[in-house]
Write a protein that binds this ligand. Sequence first.
Ligand code: CDP
Ligand code: MG
Length: 136
Amino acid sequence: MNDKEQTLSIIKPDAVERNLQDEIKQEFIGKGFEIIKEKKIHISKEEAEKFYKVHESKPFYNDLCAYLSSGPIVVMNLQRKNAVIENRKLMGATNPKDAEDGTLRKKYGISIDKNSVHGSDSVENAKIELDFFFND
Ligand code: CDP
Ligand code: MG
């Protein structure tokens, strides 16, 4: 039985700007994730608005979408057992200030908005988000 799961990870503009993508990819590999697809892209504000539509009513929505479209990002399809939850654990808390030692956001995050990585928050959303970026 194949019990592997897939999730979407994004290395956000603040991390790509600091050329951290290879280091962050090694962190995933070290935790047993396979990077089965990846691409470096620069999305438009409209695409970011579509991707983050769930946050439409939040006060930070506009800045968040402007930020995600402000520079290149690396989007990846990560696979392993319990990929969604394991990726969320490796990422750490949304605000790097609250993130535990050893997590990606603690190590690389600058602030709550420039927190270096995105990860799907459920298996259902992982499917939707993977389809958003890898629909070919
Ligand atoms: O990314 P995560 O799932 O941990 O957090 P979220 O609540 O789904 O929020 C999405 C993104 O919005 C976060 O990763 C932050 O970059 C940003 N955000 C923000 O700028 N200000 C907040 N007060 C909350 C979130
Ligand atoms: Mg989220």
